[in-house]
Structures are given as C-alpha cells and as structure tokens.
Design a protein around this ligand. Structure first.
Ligand code: PAF
Length: 289
C-alpha cells in the first residue's frame, strides 16, 4: 500500500481540494486527532468506498490535528498520544489519498481568529456539561476542516455519540450540504470500545476496562427482557463499573438525537456512559435493542 501524500499547509490543502471539487471529483473526509486505531481505519475504508461511489475514482481525505480548542485547561492536550509516521502508513493501507496534518495550531487558528460555532442544545448535558467548551471547539474545528476540504461526505465514529449529533446538527443548521455519516463503534475482542486514550491504561486497568461494555450489554439484555425504567437500568450499569473500581462521570439514557433524558427506555434509546479508570476518562454507548 502506498503512503498518502502529506500536506502541512491548510491553504495548500484547500487549493488542492477546491481544484478536485471543481473538476467534479467526489470527496470523502475523515477528520481525526491521530494515533489511529481500527475504529478510525473503518471510517477511512468506508470513506474510500463513498468517494468512489459515483463510478469514477474520488478523493479520500483524512486530517490529523490534535485540536487545542476542544481540550479544557486540566485535560490531556500536552500528553495526547501522537505517531504521525505510523498514522500515515495506516492511512495508506485504508485507501486514503491525502492527509492534512498541520504542524502548528497557529496555522489553523491564526492570531486574529475570533469565530466560534456553538451548537446550542445538543451540546448540553453529558460530555457537554462535564467538559465546558469542548463541543464548541469540536464544532469550530470541524467547520473549518469542512471549509478547507469541501467534502461531499464526512465520517465520524459513533463512540463519540454526542459529538456525532452535534456535528449533524451543525451541518444541517448551517446548510453545509455535507452528508455526516456515523459509523458503528469498533471494539476490542473483549468488548472495550477502541479509543486513542486506551493507550493511557496500565495492563491492570486495561483488564478492568471490559466492565464498561459488559455493563452496557447487560443493560441491553434487561431492556430486551422488559425493563423500561431508565433509573433502574442506569443503576445497574453504575453498580457494575463501580464494582470494577471505576468512578462514574455519568450514566444516562437519552433520546438518540436530542440527547434529552428519557422517562421510559424504549428500543433505540441511547445509553451513554463516561467513567474514570485511574486518571483516564473513557466513554462508551449503545442503543437499546
Ligand atoms: O473525534 C475526534 O477525533 C475529534 O473530536 C475531531 C472530530 C477530529 C475534531 O477534532
């Protein structure tokens, strides 16, 4: 597999993408913060298919940028894992044509930068409440990446379920004309949702982390057996992850699109979890069957 072309300069990237779009090329984009795992690669493989969907070769793009504006002051921006060389090889194997990896945040946020995208309602609650400003940073950088890349379609993982809803809302509200596609969570063999932050876990913590997906699976089984009470389902999850030594940030049952808490658990209700395992914050979610 050949390595994709690496472009560092956002302006050069925009010229390239605009020329391709003007020439009628279909463009698919996967924005990432790098340290790629199989979850990202499933997005890239799907991007390849969707770029080529109109019977002629399209352009499959990935961006790698650890976006400072979505990290709070006490979060892990400085130690966020990075491996550009390894990432480029993985992008190549997943059929990516071009990678944008700005080497300086100043190239994305110049000195006089002052425009922010705030997706008001769906950014509230869940991670939005626990990480103030996070979704404003995500929406703003993704709006910029959309403007730079001019994609027809953009793909995001369902692990960040609230992020996906925020970005869908943004694309609709701002008439971006971009199809925002969510792709299923990719899991390790034992069920742990893949995440770049899993790299922070010690071997012992990694062993315990499986309790998160098991607790979600058990909630699904209870719902399938007739349990409709969101409080009871959340309590079961909370007890299971606490028994595995994790601190619960939130466990909530919410409407899948509005993310408002539900009073009755029904098929499709989203169960969303955030926990601290040691110093590492992990999130996961499932739809009730
Ligand atoms: O999901 C991520 O990796 C990031 O939040 C994103 C969408 C690339 C924006 O920085």
């Amino acid at each position: 597999m050949s390595r994709p072309e690496l472009i560092r300069d956002p302006a050069a990237w925009q010229r390239r993408c605009t020329d391709a779009r003007d020439a009628g090329t279909r463009i698919a984009l996967v924005p990432t913060m790098g340290y790629l795992h199989d979850g990202h690669l499933s997005l890239m493989r799907e991007a390849r298919v969707r770029a080529d969907a109109r019977g002629r070769p399209g352009l499959s793009l990935a961006t790698i940028f650890v976006n400072p504006t979505q990290f709070g002051p006490t979060e892990d921006l400085a130690r966020y894992p990075r491996d550009l060389d390894g990432d480029l090889a993985k992008c190549g194997a997943a059929g990516v044509d071009l990678v944008l990896a700005p080497d300086d945040p100043g190239a994305v946020y110049p000195k006089d930068f002052q425009t922010w995208v705030d997706v008001a309602e769906v950014s509230k609650g869940l991670c939005g409440d626990r990480r103030p400003g996070h979704f404003r940073g995500v929406a703003t950088v993704v709006a910029k990446l959309f403007g730079l890349s001019r994609p027809h379609v953009a793909l995001f993982g369902e692990k960040d379920w609230q992020q996906l809803q925020v970005l869908r809302r943004m694309a609709i509200d701002l008439d971006m004309g971009i199809d925002v596609v969510g792709m299923p969570i990719v899991r390790e063999a034992d069920g742990l949702a893949m995440s770049s932050r899993n790299a922070y876990l010690s071997a012992e913590e990694r062993g315990r982390a499986v309790a998160i997906s098991r607790a979600l699976g058990e909630a699904g089984r209870r719902a399938a057996a007739g349990e409709r009470d969101p409080v009871a389902l959340a309590a079961g999850i909370r007890a299971a992850v606490e028994a595995a030594g994790m601190r619960v940030d939130y466990v909530e049952l919410a409407h899948p699109e509005t993310l408002r808490p539900v009073e009755r658990a029904v098929p499709g209700t989203r169960v969303l979890v955030a926990v601290f395992l040691g110093k590492t914050r992990l999130i996961d979610n499932v739809a009730l069957p």
